[in-house]
Design a protein around this ligand. Structure first.
Ligand code: UDP
Ligand code: MG
Length: 139
């Protein structure tokens, strides 16, 4: 079953490079409505839990260090077919392979520091959104 919500993080590199405004503008111009939004920072254990599926991968330690080194922007987004359409909007994990005009093509530097997260399923979108936001923070 597909729902109309997804979850994103503008990762620490996007905040450091002052790209929050430009990326949010691209997201809303692409038809997504912001349901919830905050500047926050992942703890080490948050990042380990969030990326637990990758904990055997060689890049896991580097990924946790990167994702915890500074604030992120967490957001829940709404649009028809949100999960799939947002993955299309952000582009491939490796920005060198991301299509022209995608967020990772425009704002990411490398496969590890790739500007944004996008949920990969409706189930994970709900889990990830609820991790960051209480009911009174969703509009
Ligand atoms: N990542 C990395 N090296 C890799 C693959 C992934 O550093 O070879 C990082 C990158 O930040 C990526 C995250 O791990 O966004 C999660 O990987 P995944 O395969 O889930 O990619 P995504 O769903 O973010 O496109
Ligand atoms: Mg993923």
């Amino acid at each position: 079953m597909s729902t109309n919500k997804t979850f994103t993080m503008l990762k620490p590199d996007s905040v450091e490079k002052r790209n929050i405004g430009a990326i949010l503008e691209k997201i809303t111009a692409s038809g997504f409505r912001i349901v919830a939004l905050k500047l926050t920072q992942l703890t080490h254990s948050d990042a380990e839990a969030f990326y637990a599926v990758h904990n055997e991968r060689p890049f896991f330690g580097e990924l946790v260090t990167y994702m915890t080194r500074g604030p992120i922007v967490a957001a829940i987004l709404e649009k028809e077919n949100a999960v799939e359409d947002f993955r299309t909007l952000i582009g491939a994990t490796n920005p060198a392979e991301a299509a022209e005009g995608t967020i990772r093509n425009m704002f990411a530097d490398s496969i590890s520091e790739n500007a944004v997260h996008g949920s990969d399923s409706d189930e994970n979108a709900a889990i990830e959104g609820q991790f960051h936001f209480s009911a009174r923070e969703m509009f």
